[in-house]
Write a protein that binds this ligand. Structure first.
Ligand code: KG4
Ligand code: ZN
Length: 334
């Protein structure tokens, strides 16, 4: 038996992250340098700033991840990296670092899809059974993905406008929180006794698609009206009303998809999977309906290298490698 050690790099957005994973499951090291402080002043991720920060940090993160893993560079089995989707300049830094390392060490290169990474974050802590359904909720994505067998993806629903994390961040900004505001809105919503009524966007009766821009606008209207009338802002009630609307739509559509596709498990993943409202309600409904639910621990929900290593391991098993001239692919499809 030859153990498989994968070094995995993630730089698709605003985290410079590197991990070393043994046999697709055991996390030997997982280091993340967040750029949040660099983007805060701008109220969101500035692509040019992101690329520069990745360039500054990537070498240090690679060294830290390898040192912390206790494995030498020579013992690595493969180098994996997020190929896309994401910000092109940000992806490029990871791709160049990974291909250079693969070339210098004569190791195979594995390009990974960012969303496959989020989905397979669940494989780090549980056994995935097929067919399954994934609810992917992040700053850039909101998707329902049917997975008939390992490594095969069929996107059955997606957002038609804002991603759910994006909606959280915009609502957070309107009620006075810094970027990224999702966790603040979550905390406020969970702490509030009151809730205001906000719309739910269901789209066509059979659609698995999502839309959050109407809800976001409704929140902005309430915030502005209260301001104009000099009424107390009621941030807690607004946060709670917003979260209730988001959670109800996400949970209802996910459960409907689980039943329609007769899958064995539901997987929650992506940065917004850290949301306590979503975790609690999905857990409650899945228990009630007898559906097996997987949710990654908090540290594997937001962008990280370990999840990329977990997804890369599937390709490793089939010895599916990329050429060293692999390009970053900002629009890569699943
Ligand atoms: O997966 P991720 O790290 O990056 C993307 O691939 O987009 O997700 C980041 C997003 C941000 O929009 C952030 O506000 C949101 O996840 N987020 C949350 C929570 N924690 C992170 N949204 C709601 N509630 C949370 N607790
Ligand atoms: Zn992500």
């Amino acid at each position: 038996y030859q153990p498989c050690y994968i070094l995995s790099v993630e730089t698709s957005c605003d985290e410079t992250a590197v991990a070393v994973i043994k046999d697709g499951k055991e996390v030997l090291s997982n280091v993340v340098a967040s750029q949040i402080e660099s983007h805060k002043a701008f109220g969101g991720v500035v692509p040019e700033v992101a690329s520069r920060k990745h360039v500054e940090t990537i070498t240090l993160m690679l060294e830290e991840a390898v040192t912390a893993s206790g494995i030498s560079m020579q013992d690595l089995s493969a180098i994996a990296v997020t190929q896309g989707p994401g910000l092109v300049g940000a992806l490029l830094v990871g791709v160049v670092a990974a291909t250079s390392l693969a070339l210098a060490l004569s190791k195979p290169l594995i390009g990974t899809h960012h969303i496959a990474g989020h989905i397979y974050a669940n494989a780090l802590v549980a056994d995935i059974k097929y067919p399954c359904m994934a609810l992917v909720v992040s700053g850039g994505h909101t998707e329902l993905v049917h997975i008939p067998r390992e490594g095969h993806f069929e996107v059955i629903g997606r957002t038609r406008d804002d991603a759910v994390g994006e909606a959280y961040d915009k609502v957070a900004r309107a009620i006075g929180f810094p970027y990224p505001g999702g966790p603040y809105v979550d905390r406020l919503a969970m702490a509030s006794e009151e809730s205001i009524d906000l719309p739910r966007s269901w789209l066509e009766p059979n659609s698995y698609d999502f839309s959050f821009s109407g809800l976001k606008s409704a929140v902005l209207n309430v915030v502005n009206q209260r301001k104009m009338r000099g009424e107390p802002p009621m941030e807690g009630a607004i946060a709670r009303g917003f979260q209730e609307s988001v959670v109800e739509v996400l949970v209802t559509k996910a459960i409907r998809a689980v039943k329609a596709y007769e899958v064995k498990q539901l997987l929650l993943c992506g940065g917004v999977a850290a949301n306590r409202g979503i975790r609690a309600e999905l857990t409650r409904v899945c228990e009630q309906e007898g559906i097996e639910l997987l949710i990654p621990p908090f540290e594997y929900c937001t962008d990280n290298g370990a999840m990329i290593g977990a997804a890369a391991y599937l390709k490793w098993k089939h010895q599916q490698f990329n050429d060293l001239d692999m390009k970053a692919s900002p629009q890569l499809s699943l």
